[in-house]
Design a protein around this ligand. Structure first.
Ligand SMILES: *Cc1c(COP(=O)(O)O)cnc(C)c1O
Length: 395
């Protein structure tokens, strides 16, 4: 199916697009096959040569593969971008994109707190190539501006800050980037295209860990970069081929399967998370709920103007610090303790557990970390999740 009543299927509603766009059909099979092969063979010298002149031709699965391309088409359409490239993990997508876009002597202005892998990549790994970074709280626009230097090349950010879910004025940041001709990259893993589409706000590149909500079943590690055809072609011809962090066909197929229910899953995650957040916000043991779409949140208005909804991810802060956090987390039955998020299963995590985002040391965030609990609200029945939360707080 390529058209729906004259409209491109790519531009249909999210669930319709994900169900039908980009799939290759064979013998009428409603589910596309897995091209698990590494090699595509040719029957003449000339046809091999021709394949090298055509960008779309397949010859080796590290470079491209039809099963990957089905997921890439859906992901590009989901973010309203021109093209997408899959990677073996979110970090592979982030590091390949940074290595593609930056060169020796460049400077990056990055939002903080940010995903710890991104932080380490920018703060330490890339320094061996002479690339420098300044981390700035993007809520402070004057600080973003002040951090820009003559060699600044890029603004890198997340739409919702790691752990605290703070938001920033997206159009204002895009305006600053335009003024200084900076490349803009958003890691949109946390907000997902169900609530935010950065390319529509003027961002150049969107990156995801597809291991989270996009796949949604906690059984695939994957990443994706979405941008203009020109940028994606550049990454595909250099970092994909040379660094080789390609997503395997089976994983790409699982990701496509996960995407078929993305819209539905996100609705349920959002509804359940909101109910839990509302309950927590009036609970005497809770000091603060980091959920910008709640009316009492100081960033409510800004968030409501930019996000079409929430996801299942948010955090809250307990009165009493680390000991109380441990006690509550140990009392939870359905919510299991684990890193990552975005799957069908409810998870709970505290930055106090050990994998500390040391980027927050000596900042206003440091004291908040040990009393913070992050929830990834899964797809279990909401009555059970509410009961689990309420019981765990009853000590
Ligand atoms: C998980 C995550 C990553 C890294 O993705 P992997 O698939 O684990 O490599 C990057 N950014 C954010 C915001 C994440 O949550």
């Amino acid at each position: 199916m390529s058209k729906l009543q004259g409209k491109e299927i790519k531009d249909a509603g999210m669930q319709t697009m994900l169900a039908h766009y980009g799939d290759e059909t064979f013998h009428g099979a409603v589910v596309p096959p897995v091209f698990i092969n590494t090699v595509f063979a040719f029957d003449s010298y000339e046809s091999f040569q021709r394949s090298q002149w055509q960008d779309e031709a397949y010859y080796y699965s590290r470079v491209s593969n039809p099963t990957q391309q089905i997921a890439e088409k859906k992901l590009a359409a989901l973010e309203k971008g021109e093209a997408a490239k899959l990677f073996a993990s979110g970090m592979a997508a982030i590091s390949s994109t940074l290595l593609h876009c930056l060169r020796q002597g460049d400077h990056v202005v990055c939002s903080y707190p940010i995903y710890n892998g991104t932080y380490q990549m920018l703060q330490s790994y890339l320094t061996k190539f002479g690339i420098t970074v300044d981390f700035v709280d993007f809520r402070q626009l004057d600080q973003v501006r002040a951090a820009i230097k003559p060699n600044t090349k890029m603004l890198f950010c997340e739409g919702l800050s790691t752990f605290f879910m703070d938001v920033f004025d997206i159009p204002a940041v895009v305006q600053i980037a335009k003024e200084y001709e900076l490349l803009t990259i958003m890691d949109n893993t946390c907000a997902t295209p169900a609530t935010l589409r950065p390319i529509e706000w003027g961002f150049d590149i969107v990156i995801h860990s597809a291991s989270k909500y996009l796949c949604g079943h906690s059984d695939v590690t994957a990443g994706v970069v979405i941008a203009s055809q020109e940028i994606i072609d550049g990454i595909a011809k250099s970092e994909v081929v040379l660094l080789g962090a390609t997503l395997a066909p089976l994983e790409a197929w699982l990701l496509t399967r996960g995407l078929k229910t993305f819209g539905l899953r996100m609705k349920q995650h959002a509804e359940s998370a909101k109910r839990i957040a509302v309950m927590l916000s009036s609970h005497p043991k809770v000091m603060r709920v980091n959920f910008p779409l709640l009316e009492q949140h100081e960033q409510h208005e800004l968030a409501a103007g930019q996000f079409s909804g929430n996801t299942g991810l948010f955090s809250f802060e307990l009165n009493g610090g680390a000991a109380v956090v441990a006690r509550m987390m140990n009392r939870l039955q359905i919510f299991k303790i684990g890193v990552s998020w975005g799957g069908f299963e409810s998870l709970v995590y505290s930055p106090g557990l050990g994998i500390n985002p040391y980027q927050t040391s000596r900042t206003e965030h440091e004291t908040r970390l040990e009393r913070t609990i992050r929830l990834s609200v899964g797809l279990e029945d909401i009555e059970d999740l509410m009961e689990d939360m309420i019981e765990a707080l009853d000590f």
